[in-house]
Design a protein around this ligand. Structure first.
Ligand SMILES: Cc1ncc(COP(=O)(O)O)c(C=O)c1O
Length: 429
């Protein structure tokens, strides 16, 4: 094997050994694709020597930016003492579990896993074990990871025939269509009808409190909570993105609603392999290994669960997030970026809008702020994809039609550079 020496050679090698020279979700167009060499703060550097302002932020995991010094130190320090153990508790994972229980409003106990997908998968399994019921209601356009109970109606080409979902991938057993029900986000009336019709079999409703980039209408999350209480169904918040991003206490603190279970990933690992399910003790008791062999035991196990390096990185990350004004500064800077970008679009006469809130934002070609998935079906997604590509070309790392994340590392200088890049992208459009 010879080490590739330039951008093209890296691609030739990747093409030979990775399907589509990608990591699964995306294969970027030839004119913008790149191989990352390293990341520091808000910046990424590729093998061709180009610099990007990173608004992908490790899909939202890197709220402090790349290679944050105390996170790196914590990971290196723990690595020197052991990168991985299995099955038996380690110091880092116990200390981190205590921090997570203190931080997550609905948590009396947490169970570790490795990714956000596992966290939603396990939360559904725990809900089924607890309730003795099979069905899960998820909302159209909501993403809960890569497993077979999540890949329904995440990005359907037309609105679903509620509550029947559309599989997003081949390879899933068709029988699962019967156990995953689909309802519209921000529509309590339609969701109530589905719950009433399935009250005997419904274990839980799972929701992204902020669905992709769509914030909940006033009263929506409260309404879901009340509905779940009325029908004795568990409410699961997927906090994989919102957890420790909207606020230290995640969407639960930001919107003031307590779910029964919550799924976490991304930020809690500081970029490392940590996810968890959090919930009340009686529900979390389903996965107490002492119950193994009993009917209602929910099996949770994985080689990397409680990984000490990930937990150390997570602890160092949370220590930064607890510092005074972290979230206020983050949200304020994000707001500045969003307003400045909207100004550029308006001045250039580009009929797009910046949507978002807190540290999440996106540029879309739609008339009004979206309140459910139908807005995206009606939006000009081809145009926004083309525009996103042009922004990448101008040195912003964004992914096509994906929301962007602001981190604590984004500076005023990054904002100026972003405005310049967007101006050039508008001209090119
Ligand atoms: C809301 C939400 N849930 C779950 C997941 C899956 O997390 P992971 O990619 O770590 O498996 C994601 C990933 O983007 C997500 O955004």
């Amino acid at each position: 094997m010879t080490m590739p020496i330039n951008h093209e050679e890296w691609y030739q090698l990747a093409n030979r050994v990775l399907p589509g020279a990608g990591l699964g979700g995306y294969s970027l167009a030839e004119e913008v694709r790149f191989v990352i060499k390293e990341g520091h703060g808000s910046k990424l550097y590729d093998t061709g020597g180009r610099e990007y302002i990173d608004y992908v932020g490790g899909a939202g995991a890197l709220i402090l930016g790349h290679a944050f010094p105390s996170v790196v130190d914590a990971a290196v320090h723990q690595s020197s003492k052991g990168i991985h153990f299995f099955g038996t508790l380690n110091e880092e994972c116990v200390l981190f579990a205590e921090e997570l229980v203190e931080a997550i409003p609905c948590a009396e106990k947490i169970a570790y896993c490795t990714t956000g997908s596992e966290a939603t998968f396990y939360s559904m399994r725990i809900a089924r074990a607890f309730s003795g019921k099979d069905k899960i209601l998820k909302l159209e356009g909501g993403y809960h990871g890569n497993h077979d109970y999540s890949c329904f109606s995440v990005s359907p080409t037309a609105l679903s025939n509620y509550p029947v979902g559309q599989p997003d991938t081949s390879g899933m057993p068709s029988v699962l269509n019967e156990t995953v029900l689909i309802g519209p986000y921000n529509n309590l009336e339609a969701i109530r009808a589905i719950v009433e019709a399935n009250r005997e079999d419904l274990a839980a409703i799972i929701v992204e409190p902020v669905q992709r980039i769509i914030f909940p209408d006033a009263g929506f999350l409260e309404g879901l909570r009340a509905l779940c209480d009325e029908f004795e169904i568990l409410l699961i918040f997927d906090e994989v993105v919102t957890g420790f991003r909207l606020a230290y206490g995640g969407a639960q603190e930001y919107f003031g609603i307590l779910p029964d279970l919550a799924a976490y990933g991304k930020i809690i690992g500081g970029g490392g392999p940590v996810g968890c399910v959090a919930g009340k003790s009686d529900i979390m008791e389903q996965c107490n290994p002492i119950n193994r062999g009993q009917d209602n035991y929910a099996y949770i196990n994985g080689t990397l669960h409680g990984n000490p390096v990930g937990c150390a990185a997570g602890r160092a990350t949370l220590a930064e997030l607890r510092k005074p004004d972290f979230y206020e500064n983050l949200h304020c800077h994000s707001q500045k970026i969003q307003s400045a970008c909207q100004d550029v679009l308006d001045k250039k006469g580009v009929p797009a809008r910046v949507i978002g809130n807190a540290s999440l934002w996106q540029i879309v070609f739609m008339k009004d702020d979206p309140s459910d998935f139908s807005a995206f079906i009606n939006a000009d997604m081809a145009k926004s994809k083309e525009f996103d590509m042009l922004q990448m070309h101008e040195g912003l790392y964004v992914l096509p039609n994906v929301r962007r994340f602001v981190s604590g590392a984004h500076s005023d200088a990054d904002l100026d550079q972003t405005v310049d890049a967007l101006n050039r992208a508008c001209d090119a459009l």
